[in-house]
Design a protein around this ligand. Sequence first.
Ligand code: TPP
Ligand code: MG
Length: 362
Amino acid sequence: MKYHLGTEGVFTSDNGNETQVYLAANPSHLEAADPVIEGIARAKTDVLGAGPEGDGTFPVLPIQVHGDAAMAGQGIVYEVMQMSGLEGYNVGGTIHVVVNNQIGFTTSPSGARTSTYSTDVARTVQAPIFHVNADDPEAVTRVGQLAFEYRQRFHKDVVIDLVCYRRRGHNEGDDPSMTQPLMYSLIDGKRSTRKIYTENLVGRGDITQDEADRALKDYQERLERVFAESHEAQTSTVPLVTGDAAAIANIERPSAQQADTGVSIPKSTAITEEVARRIGEAHVEAPEGFTTHRKLQKLLDRRNEMTEKGGVDWGMGELMAFGSLLMEGVPIRFSGQDVRRGTFTQRHAVFFDARTAPSGHR
Ligand SMILES: Cc1ncc(C[n+]2csc(CCOP(=O)(O)OP(=O)(O)O)c2C)c(N)n1
Ligand SMILES: [Mg+2]
């Protein structure tokens, strides 16, 4: 199962390198988090002064983890991939990992998709797709490295199709032998990935059985320790609640997530007359040598007038909000049809030189 609650922290590798990691909250609605993750990545990139509007580098790497059924079945996967190369949404490539356990809850691939591969949707943007046997950890590592290098070099999306299986049911109530009896009798007879790999390592003489046993024991102890620590931290900070509703409320709204969203209600959003006038004036201060379109110049003059004489319309009200925020040093990212493409003229906020602007605006 993909994880639901978000978190963040620092990952320290075996050789001591540190990477900041941000795990986005992921609601039950499959794939709904995909565009949110891209937006978070783009915002972080912009704030670092990187990306298409900065120094052109892409230091933030988005990784999306998909289920095989959701990857093929949810249209939003296609939509987000299609946006991956657009300047306004470019994050320098996303690594998509499909945990392809060949089942969607209780649905077999043949009941969930027409394409053979759940990853075929990625072909629409010519993303490379690596199909890899997840029972072979070294092959998975190699493919992970390849995907990373591809993303770093070409700054485009890349997909890893982790072909695997799910040993147990989708949840506590699901016994998969009821719906997929043949597949699950095969799975029941299979040794785990860890056992197969340990046997390979010992058989190759890379490690001894004794070392393998010790590594397993050490790992289990670490899990136990972390479990005990997190249990301790949770029981000491979360107030004791009684009754199901209270327990659910607590589970669904953890304090970490509340802090995460950081929503606060400002006391006053009013601006002074001086600020309003300054925003109006900015509309008639075209940069040197810039040719404003004749009709748009009238719009700009009208806007300036609104801040002088009153009668501010809705579009200008929005622009005053953005302008005043910018004057306070708050960066604004505003995208979509309304702003740059002039779909609604009253809201038009980006202007193209009437003599020199190329066609095909973003
Ligand atoms: C948009 C949406 N539709 C349906 C569901 C119900 N649902 C929950 S899990 C699941 C199957 C997911 O299968 P897959 O994507 O292969 O992920 P897996 O659980 O196998 O890792 C479905 C259909 C949902 N959570 N969200
Ligand atoms: Mg699945």
